[in-house]
Structures are given as C-alpha cells and as structure tokens.
Design a protein around this ligand. Structure first.
Ligand code: BGC
Length: 686
C-alpha cells in the first residue's frame, strides 16, 4: 500500500498557506475532508495537491488495513498491559518509534493508539489493550508511546476519549461519572498525554458520557480537551461513533470515520446552506485536518529525501529484539516459593512442558488490535532453543483452552504421567486469543476449559511445578496456594516464547510489576455492583478504582498493584525529603537502593502520596512517581523522583479546579502498593 503523498507535492507549507488554500476551496471540497474517503483514508483533493492520509490499527502492531486473521507483515509487540507492566518509559518510547517505522513502511500515516482508558473492572474486554487502573501510570506510558511514534513522523490517535471502560453496550451506553472522578481517574491520563506529548489526533469513544455522546460532547471536546488542555490536533470519531451532523460539528468532532460520509458530507452542506452551521466552524475543522496532512506528509517527504526512512522496516530483526525485550521486561513473577525459579539446568535434566498455551501461547486479544504476525515463538520453541539437547524436554498439552472442552480426562492423565516422570513441570495456561476482546466483556474470571483441573492434577503429581499464565486481565487462580511459582506472561507478542524461556531459565531476571490489581474474588472488585450496568453505567465506586478501593476498604487483593518479584532482593535506605516546601514548588525525593542478592536485577521503585488531612475524602495513597533501575549484586544507586504540584492535588468539583491544601503529606516509597519500604512526611505551606 502506498500513500498518495508520494506522488503529490505538498502545498501546505505554513498556516498562512493553509489559510490561502482554504479561500480557494469550495464548500464541497472542504466538507469532503471532514469524512473518510473510505474505511481508512481521508479525502484526496487533487486540484489543490492535497493527499489523503492513511490511518491504521494499532496499537501494538501495524495492521495496515489487513484483516487481522490474515497473516500480516508487521511485528506483533506485547499488548498495552505489558507496556504498562514494564514501567520502563525509555523502552516504551523505543517501541513507539519502531511502530512508527513500521507504520511508515506500510504506507500509513496515523497509528490508531495508544489506548489509555482506565482498567475499571477485570472483565472489561479491552483491558489487555489498555495500560492500567492507575491514571498516572497510564498517562506516563501514553506520553512516551506518543512521543516515540510522533518522533518518526507518524501521528498518534489517543483513544478512546472518554470513559470507554467496557464493551457491553459500548456503542450507546452512558457512562455516568461524577465530575471529580472524571477528572482524577478517567481524564487525568488523557490530560497528561495531550499536554506533554501533543498527539496529532484524539479518537472520541462510542459511548455517551453523562448523557451526551462523546462524538458530540461540547464539554469534553471543546471545553476540556481544546480550551483547557490546549489540544490543537484533530478529533476523529471512533469507527461509526458519529451519530449526527450539527451537534457533532458544534460539539467539536472534526473527522467522521470511516468513510464514505454518513452524517457529514451532503448533510453537512445542507446544514450550512440552511444557516444551521456557520461556515467558519467548518473552516476551523478543515484547517486542523490540513495541518494534520501537513504534519504527516511534510515530514515524510523530508525524511525520505534525507534517507532516514528505513525502507521496508517491517518485522526487521531490531524490532523483533525490541518485542522480545518488551516481553522480558513486562513478564511478572507473581510467586516464587522456595526460589524454585529460575530453573537451573544442573537440577533439571528433564522437563515436562504441559498445557494448552505451551505449543502456541496467546499473543494478543481479539478485535481491531489483533495482528497475526509473520511468525510466533511458542514457549515450547523458546525453551527448546535455549536448552538444546542438554535437557530432555517432553510435551503434553493436557487439555485445550477452548471453553467447550470441559473434561479431557485422557489428556490430563497423560500430562500427570509426564509430570511424574520429569524433574520439574511447567504448565502453560491462559485465555485463548479472542476470549478477551473488543466488542464483548468476559463473563467471569475463570480460566477456560479444564485448565484449572489440569493445573491441580499436575501440582499433585509434581511439587516442582511452575505455572505460567497468559492473560491480559486478572484471572481466578483457585490453586494459587498450592503452586510454588507463578509467572504472568500477559500477551507477550510474537517473541513471547523466547522471553518466557529467558525468564524461566534465569537469562533474564524478571522485573515487570502489575499495572492492575489482581483480586481474590470478583465480589471484591470496586465496580462489582455497577458492572456492566445496562445502557446507563453508574460509576458508583467514584474515585476508588483499583488499589485506591482495596486500600480504602482494607480488602486484601490476591496480588497487589505494583507487585512483581525478582530473583534478587533490594533494600531501600536513606530516604530524603524536605520537611517543608511551598505549594507549587517541585519536591525531590531521593533514596538509596541496593541489590542485596547475588544476581543482577531491576527494581521498580514506586512513590505514593498520602494526604494526611484533607477537606475531601481521598484515597489512602496514590501513585505519583516511579523509577526503574538496574543493579549488579551489591551495587547501590541513588534514585531520585520528582513531584510537582499536581502530585499533591485533588480535583475540587465546587471550585472546578485542582487544589493543593496546605498541610502534611506522607511519601510512601514501595516495591509494590502493598509493600511500602520507607516513608517520610512533608509539610506544604502557602
Ligand atoms: C475501535 C478502535 C479502532 C477502530 C478502527 C473501533 O471499533 O474501537 O479502537 O481503532 O475500530 O478499527
């Protein structure tokens, strides 16, 4: 696929030229730019030399408009939840840049991502594509993803704005959210990305927010996104999310997708002809679209002449390595009793590789983000590559991950037999691809088919059993007490099998941490009473989403937000924090972190803020900073985390603003949200 920009010269030099061009355009030409020409292209205006731009999904691999089930050409990276679980911002930025190179090489201009919607409930279908239950972590991850992408001349589409937190009734559901919750939980990460990374486009969601469709939501699009946050890119509708003409133009929607025009086009011309919409409103939207065309095509031309454009940069070895690194960095070691992991070759002459995920391994969820890569490495392949003939590897799937296969007694018996015969067993279980998906939510947190039975039986047969879970959201682990070691792979992309083998065998020390709380039971979850709701979805838990809820209600999760083990240990000492600061001053926290074990490892240090005395109820603590550092055995590094005014603020709906109240705040520095290693107080004064 090629873009027209390669053949048409770019007349969109500067804003002045765009202004001149607007004067020469007919109304019909202008209006044609406000809807897609087809499913992925904006309109071409040959008379004016305006090329179309091409959009593509996204977010963790470039589909380039191919049917997701058809073998694509692009690299399949680990999905959004993995990007957030690595807590490594430089790495995510690199991934963004690689995605841009592939987008470019496949002839597209805008990659439809990142998805920064908050993970509100474990069953929501698109959790795997999203980052986190925490707006700060989601925001920071989104900022670097967008920077990486746009640094290579490819536009991002920050989605889905806003409150698209479930799939049930996603096209007409009404997310009913109070103002403070909206600002602190559901908009904060969008705000951070818009202000710090200036995405070229924002995609509005299908759903309504407080009664108004996002695609015609003046408050969200004009008042907050544009006027308050200074967004100057285009607002594009999610595919089919536009429902009207006048209200959408007035509400701030620039581009209706997909094309051809449904509510814009002729209906829009009619609305202008009958004086229901001012032509100036159209001009404003067209101007923004022309600026986007300029951003996409201008850079493309200059980069290709500079020779920077890496021709055919799809699925190149550098990107494969990057996909592997992201998977390595985002795998979370949930449990490791008796340090059964890493598996040492000298102790494991025979391994039983068991489970439906062993021979394939889910690499992504379903829906518009699904991408079938040119190849995929299964964990079985990954282990065989690493171990060669030095270890006898035996494989038995045991059961299928299909929901329909309930009791495959033969398979389980064979797996049990194998587990008996080998020194250790590795059981690979998880959700089949498409079980978590756009378009529907999960019905329960269970592993599908007979996988729990398989794990239980293997655990009985061999106490040296490690369970590896493939899932983009929390799943119930009814055998958690019996399993000595559990590794969470998420959906690790095409190189996942290598990365999982690297971690199991200790070539890589695991360093990912959960970006989402894993609950003990669905009944413990914050939105339990309000999910999925009907056409109205009441966000009744308010600001108490994720760990904010578990902390406040003092409910013990199965695995806490921020949790993730390592093959080494870290000690936290010498926390330094000024005892006083003026509201608005930057506050720097420093501490020493030492690797007190005997292998090199990485630790993610998390800084949470607690408002000791507040006029409004506040979460027990909120994540406001983090750092990931690598340390050799015995090495100590000084870690420094900066906090700004927003780190201490809450949104006051009465005053319509972010407020920091003078008083005492506590800084809690943890290895997870439930493993606080050091704390100190600071007084903020006027
Ligand atoms: C999804 C978007 C996607 C778009 C284009 C929609 O159904 O919600 O995330 O980018 O389709 O495929």
């Amino acid at each position: 696929m090629t873009t027209n920009s390669e053949t048409i010269s770019n007349p969109l030099g500067d804003d002045l030229q765009i202004g001149e061009l607007l004067k020469r355009m007919t109304l019909a030409e202008k209006v044609s730019l406000l809807s897609g020409q087809d499913r992925w292209h904006t309109a071409t205006l040959e008379r004016h030399g305006i090329p179309s731009i091409v959009m593509t999904d996204g977010p963790h691999g470039v589909r380039a408009n191919e049917d997701g089930r058809i073998k694509g050409r692009a690299t399949s990276f680990p999905t959004g939840v993995s990007m957030a679980s690595c807590w490594d911002l430089e790495l995510v930025e690199e991934v963004g840049a690689a995605l841009a190179e592939e987008t470019r090489a496949l002839g597209c201009n805008v990659l439809l991502g990142p998805c920064v919607n908050i993970v509100r409930h474990p069953l929501a279908g698109r959790n795997f594509e999203s980052y986190s239950e925490d707006p700060y972590l989601a925001g920071r991850t989104g900022v670097v993803y967008v920077r990486g992408l746009q640094s290579r001349g490819i536009g991002a589409s920050l989605k889905h704005f806003a409150c698209n937190n479930q799939e049930t009734e996603r096209r007409r559901g009404d997310s009913q959210v109070d103002e403070r919750t909206l600002r602190e939980i559901y908009l904060a990460q969008f705000e951070m990305v818009v202000k710090e990374a200036q995405p070229w486009t924002v995609m509005c969601s299908y759903n309504r927010v407080n009664g108004e469709y996002s695609s015609q939501n003046d408050r969200l699009l004009n008042q907050i996104l544009r006027a308050e946050w200074g967004f100057d890119g285009i607002v594009v509708s999610d595919w089919g999310a536009n429902h009207t003409t006048i209200e959408s133009v007035q509400g701030g929607l620039d581009l209706e997708m997909p094309g051809p025009a449904r509510w814009y086009g002729d209906l829009l011309i009619e609305a202008i002809a009958t004086w229901q919409i001012d032509e100036e409103a159209i001009d404003r939207a067209v101007r923004r679209i022309l600026r986007l065309v300029r951003a996409c095509t201008g850079q493309q031309q200059s980069e290709s002449t500079d020779g920077i454009l890496p021709e055919g940069a799809v699925n190149i070895s550098a990107h494969q390595l990057l996909a592997r690194r992201l998977a390595q960095e985002s795998i979370v070691l949930l449990k490791n009793d008796g340090n059964i992991l890493p598996l040492r070759e000298e102790d494991n002459h025979s391994l039983a590789i068991i489970g439906p995920m062993a021979g394939v391994g889910s690499i992504g969820g379903g829906g518009s983000s699904f991408l079938e890569p040119p190849y995929r490495v299964s964990p079985l392949d990954g282990l065989k590559t690493r171990l060669g003939d030095r270890v006898a590897i035996h494989y038995e799937p045991g059961c299928s991950s299909s929901t329909y296969q309930r009791s495959p007694q033969n398979g389980i018996a064979q797996a049990v037999e194998l587990a008996h015969q080998c020194e250790a067993a590795l059981v690979f279980v998880g959700l089949p691809e498409g079980h978590e998906s756009e378009g529907y939510d999960r019905q329960d947190m269970e592993l599908t088919g007979a996988q729990n039975e398989l794990v239980r039986e293997v655990l009985k047969a061999n106490p040296r059993t490690v369970v590896i879970v493939y899932a983009g959201s929390p799943v119930a682990l009814p055998w958690v007490g019996e399993a000595p070691a559990i590794l969470l792979a998420h959906y690790p992309g095409q190189e996942g099998g290598h990365a999982v083998a690297d971690v199991l065998l200790g070539n890589v020390n695991p360093s990912g941490k959960l970006s989402v709380t894993w609950p003990k039971r669905l009944q413990d979850t914050p939105a339990y009473a309000n999910f999925p709701g009907g056409r109205a979805v009441r966000y009744g838990e308010g600001i108490f989403v994720g760990y904010r809820y578990y902390d406040y209600k003092d409910i013990e999760p199965l695995f806490a937000f921020g949790h993730g083990l390592s093959y080494t240990q870290f000690t936290y000492t010498d926390l330094q924090l000024p005892t006083k600061a003026k509201i608005g001053d930057q506050v720097t926290v420093t501490l020493n972190i030492t690797n007190s074990g005997n292998v090199t490892g990485k630790e993610i240090i998390q800084a949470y803020v607690r408002d000791v005395d507040s006029s409004l109820v506040r979460p027990v603590k909120e994540l406001k900073g983090f750092a990931k550092v690598e340390l050799a055995p015995g090495e100590t590094k000084i870690v420094s985390i900066s906090l700004n005014q927003r780190s201490f603020a809450f949104y006051d709906p009465q005053r319509g603003d972010w407020i920091v109240e003078p008083g005492i705040f506590e800084l809690l520095i943890g290895s997870s949200s439930r493993d606080i290693r050091a704390s100190a107080k600071i007084e903020l004064t006027l």
